[in-house]
Design a protein around this ligand. Structure first.
Ligand code: HEC
Ligand code: HEC
Ligand code: HEC
Ligand code: HEC
Length: 504
């Protein structure tokens, strides 16, 4: 082969082609180098602290200066546009969807107002607006204790640190309205120094201790569920621990199952309220999400809440945890398809089929329990004695506890369909036995016909049936929102202006 210089001399075009090719290669290499540098710079930007704040800083936007990606995605929990077949982030009025609930909760505040959970950003707004917290005005004591604030946001660990845990729970709900103003956020789940996951709620730590377990020894993967178990659990308010304090307690001493918690409550003769129609001493299941999830196949394979509800995302070459906590059906690609190869449609269908089947038998259980309440009232009206009614009331209590346990956490029929169906079936067994006893008592009292099922086909009709004055409740609430809530926000803004942060 001839030397290059001689080739170029003979055909000058070759020289030009070589020259241009070199220019192109250099240009492309330059581009590549610059994007690498840019991404590096971005990565450094994300993890260089912009601001130093205290462990108990409640304002999510302050933490957000250091972690813009997590903060931006967290802000998306404000979105209310997604609806799946049964769940989602929209306001879903559950009493409208299912008016039987009004009768099941007659005599209890849930019969006034009960919406499906929305995103975390709405936690403060929703607890203020819901009719269950009433309209505390003019210094009258509210029916709810301060304990109700415990799962609403990062002002809770701050205030507990300032005044102590029991003192936090003490008093009526309106006392601390000006303190708890930031919705669920960073300080609820993270340590400010290390950004490690952190349990900020004493009730969970104490429940572990009573079972002889040390939560600080939980694995990293367990922590990815336990941060959620601070709030998405069954709980009650223990009035016996400190004078005048409704102390937040998880009823887990005998275990998590529906039977174990029922025994716990029965042994201490605890009741949330007395049913207005049947006079049964009732239990209200809160939202035993963690407990039911623990019995499912995903938990047994080590899949955590965060794996499905906070999947990893990638942006600008940076991997981070999506803090837009929501129904995973709005993000099947990141939530499920990291482990499952099926098409989105198939996976969504799997979820909805499980919901549908469980809800079908749950609805049947509900109808039976409504009938039992109405029949028990008829028995009392016809002069039944306590002795005749005792077993019947226990049956109603246990059946409704099972129904509520299966329904209240909204995800149970997917998280653990087999256990949820078992719980419903056991409730059905109890209520059928109870209604047989009721029929016998009614017959003894001289009544041998069926007690008619009430017309509760809409929420409004059901609320009239139990005698609720909804117009009055709504008017009072509006006045409270207009007059009291702005004073809470004003006080909070003044307090927050005194918090120390250092821009770095
Ligand atoms: C294997 C994935 C997976 C795991 C693990 C998981 N979930 Fe879910 N979760 C779902 C799906 C799917 C739904 C149903 C969503 C729907 O119907 O729109 C759901 C529903 C929910 C809902 C109701 C959502 C809504 O829109 O109202 C809550 C709350 C919830 N889960 C909390 C939890 C908690 C807390 C844990 C851990 C204790 C957990 N989940 C574990 C997949 C999961
Ligand atoms: C409900 C609990 C919860 C809340 C609230 C929360 N996080 Fe997280 N965060 C998590 C979990 C779970 C992870 C994953 C941690 C792991 O696996 O190590 C995480 C991870 C992180 C990480 C590590 C990097 C990453 O993206 O994986 C940062 C930084 C972070 N969160 C910042 C924030 C900020 C800022 C806020 C408030 C705007 C916040 N988090 C609110 C639960 C939470
Ligand atoms: C400090 C208490 C608290 C913690 C911690 C917490 N949650 Fe929640 N969560 C709530 C409350 C309260 C709501 C209802 C907010 C509303 O309706 O205004 C909620 C709502 C939800 C919803 C419904 C959102 C929607 O758009 O339908 C899901 C899903 C959920 N949480 C999952 C989780 C998961 C997963 C974790 C852990 C990574 C977690 N939560 C940690 C209190 C908490
Ligand atoms: C971290 C991995 C992981 C993630 C994320 C995950 N799964 Fe699974 N899933 C599993 C494993 C493991 C099993 C058990 C299958 C086995 O061992 O054969 C399972 C089982 C299932 C089953 C059959 C069990 C049953 O309940 O009947 C369904 C349906 C399912 N997953 C749907 C989903 C959906 C929908 C999502 C997203 C919301 C999801 N999974 C997210 C790992 C995962």
């Amino acid at each position: 082969m001839k030397p290059l210089t001689q080739l170029i001399k003979e055909k000058p075009a070759i020289g030009w082609i070589l020259f241009l090719a070199t220019v192109v290669v250099v240009f492309v290499l330059g581009l590549l180098a610059s994007t690498i540098v840019e991404r590096r710079a971005e990565a450094v930007f994300v993890y260089t602290p912009e601001v130093k704040h205290s462990q108990f800083e409640p304002r999510n936007e302050v933490w957000g200066q250091n972690f813009p990606r997590e903060h931006q995605s967290f802000l998306q929990t404000e979105d209310t546009t997604f609806r799946s077949m049964f769940n989602g982030s929209a306001t879903i009025d559950m009493l409208e969807v299912d008016p039987r609930l009004v009768v099941l909760w007659a005599g209890y505040s849930f019969s006034r107002d009960y919406d499906q959970a929305r995103g975390h950003m709405h936690a403060i707004e929703d607890i203020r607006n819901i009719l269950r917290t009433g309209a505390p005005m003019n210094g009258e004591g509210n029916m709810q204790p301060n304990t109700c604030w415990t799962c609403k946001g990062p002002d809770v660990p701050r205030l507990m640190n300032e005044i102590g845990v029991a003192e936090f729970y003490k008093g009526n709900w309106e006392d601390k309205g000006h303190e708890i103003v930031n919705p669920i956020g960073c300080a609820d789940c993270h340590d400010a120094e290390t950004m490690n996951l952190r349990i900020s709620r004493p009730a969970l730590i104490e429940a572990f201790e009573r079972q002889g377990k040390d939560i600080t020894r939980a694995s990293h993967q367990e922590m990815r569920s336990l941060v959620c178990a601070q709030c998405h659990v069954e709980y009650y308010f223990n009035k016996k621990r400190y004078e005048g304090v409704q102390y937040l307690t998880f009823p887990w001493d005998n275990g998590h199952s529906v039977e174990a918690m029922e025994k716990y409550y029965d042994d201490m003769e605890f009741a949330d309220w007395t049913h207005q129609l049947s006079r049964a001493p009732m239990l209200k299941a809160q939202h035993p999400g963690y407990e039911i999830y623990s019995t499912g196949v995903h938990a047994s394979r080590g899949v955590s809440c965060a794996d499905c509800h906070m999947p990893y995302m990638s942006e600008g070459g940076q991997k981070f945890t999506d803090h837009h906590i929501q129904s995973p059906l709005n993000n099947v690609h990141n939530s499920c398809q990291v482990c499952h190869r099926e098409e989105t449609e198939k996976l969504v269908n799997d979820v909805n089929e499980r919901h549908k089947r469980v809800i079908e038998s749950r609805d049947n259980l509900e109808k039976q329990i409504v009938s039992a309440h109405v029949e028990a009232k008829a028995a009392w009206d016809k002069g039944a004695t306590n002795e005749q009614m005792n077993d019947i009331l226990t049956g109603i209590r246990h059946a409704q506890w099972r129904w509520d346990y299966s329904a209240a956490s909204h995800g149970a029929s997917f998280h653990s369909p087999v256990e949820t169906s078992r719980v419903i079936a056991s409730g059905m067994d109890i209520i059928q036995d109870t209604r047989l006893k009721l029929a016998r008592v009614l017959a003894d009292l001289g009544h041998n016909e069926a007690i008619p099922y009430p017309d509760i086909s809409t929420k409004a009709k059901a609320q009239v049936f139990i005698g609720l004055d909804m117009k009055k409740l709504k008017q009072e609430k509006q006045q409270f929102l207009d007059e009291i809530v702005p004073t809470w926000d004003k006080k909070a803004t003044e307090r927050e202006a005194t918090y120390e942060t250092t821009q770095l």
